[in-house]
Design a binder for this molecule. Structure first.
Ligand SMILES: O=C(O)C(=O)C[C@]1(C(=O)O)C=C[C@@H](O)C=C1
Length: 311
């Protein structure tokens, strides 16, 4: 497995990155390792720093799928992946990998306010931008700004916002959408600030770990959340109603419900449900046992302390 490695000049300005084999890190067991969607300067990195502080060694990876694989193979102890945004909704790749991958547990959540910047290596007027690069989620979160303030640039989706900043280096009259953090890393010019459509734009991230390794992260039981996935056994009237009734019967408060196609047959869905409480609470066990009996697919993703901003 490869990861990004960075070089900086004497003024601490990013000059280059290269891929290195992960083996070089295996020697260093002092820090826990956390993989995230890189390169350096992504919102995923901000989420990882916010969640772990100085307590982990951050390893930028090339895709969300690599983050899952590295956690699965225990090459890293944790992974941080985006799960949903307040404007654009679910991050489908993460949803699908949570469904598909075994040995993965959700052990934490983190919410990051997302403030997008329009960045370039050139001093351009907004209407001079011919090509605009960024992650699909970021482009979606700035759609009004792009439509109203730019002159219909070609839009190119990239693996991440930071990846967009690397690519535009070699493209004339181009700009990227990314975070404020990235400005100094790549020595970019800021063409516009706060360009997201919603002032309260924020993204929720999951912290994942290998289920074999994981021991409970401390929190007071009443402040836990649990995430599950279930697909109803039969497609008949009232199925979803009956599933949700099991939560009402035990007075369990749902905080999110989303669906994804099962990919087997049109019209068949899996439901991703988050609710308050710990997976080993008595009432929650009762509700989940009942729910599992109604499901053709059932998976407890994990219980984790509700996100609280730290002072
Ligand atoms: O590209 C990045 O910077 C990421 O960390 C990915 C990602 C996402 O997939 O939603 C994370 C937060 C923002 O919503 C935009 C992009």
């Amino acid at each position: 497995m490869k990861f990004f490695s960075y070089s900086y000049n004497s003024e601490n300005i990013f000059v280059n990155f290269e891929f290195k084999e992960l083996d070089v890190l295996k020697e260093d067991q002092t820090f826990k390792k956390c993989g995230y969607l890189g390169p350096k300067g992504t919102y995923s990195e901000i989420a990882a720093m916010k969640y772990f502080g100085e307590n982990v060694f951050l390893i930028p990876l090339q895709s969300i799928s690599d983050v899952f694989e590295m956690v699965q193979s225990k090459e890293v102890d944790f992974g941080v992946v985006p799960i949903e945004n307040s404007v654009e909704g679910s991050v489908n790749i993460t949803m699908d990998l949570l469904f598909e991958k075994t040995d993965i547990q959700v052990v934490g959540e983190c919410i990051v306010p997302i403030k997008h910047f329009l960045l370039s290596y050139e001093n351009l007027d907004l209407t001079e931008i011919k090509k605009l690069f960024s992650h699909q989620q970021a482009i979606g979160q700035c759609s009004k700004f792009i439509k109203n303030r730019l002159n219909n640039p070609e839009i190119i989706f990239t693996a991440s916002t930071a990846n967009a900043c690397e690519i535009i280096k070699d493209v004339q009259k181009s700009a990227a959408i990314g975070s404020e953090n990235i400005v100094n890393i790549y020595n970019l010019k800021v063409l516009a600030k706060d360009i997201q459509d919603s002032k309260s734009n924020s993204t929720r991230f999951f912290v994942i770990a290998n289920s074999e390794r994981f021991t409970k992260i401390e929190g007071t039981e009443k402040n836990y959340k649990t995430s599950i996935i279930c697909s109803p056994k039969h497609n008949k009237p009232g199925v979803l109603y009956n599933m949700l009734k099991t939560f009402k019967e035990k007075n369990i408060n749902l905080t999110r419900i989303e669906s994804r196609p099962t990919k087997k047959q049109l019209g068949e869905y899996s439901f991703y449900i988050d609710f308050e409480g710990y997976k080993e609470d008595k009432d929650i066990i009762t509700a989940l046992v009942k729910l599992e009996k109604m499901s053709s697919f059932f998976k407890i993703l994990g219980s984790y302390p509700k996100w609280k901003e730290r002072e």
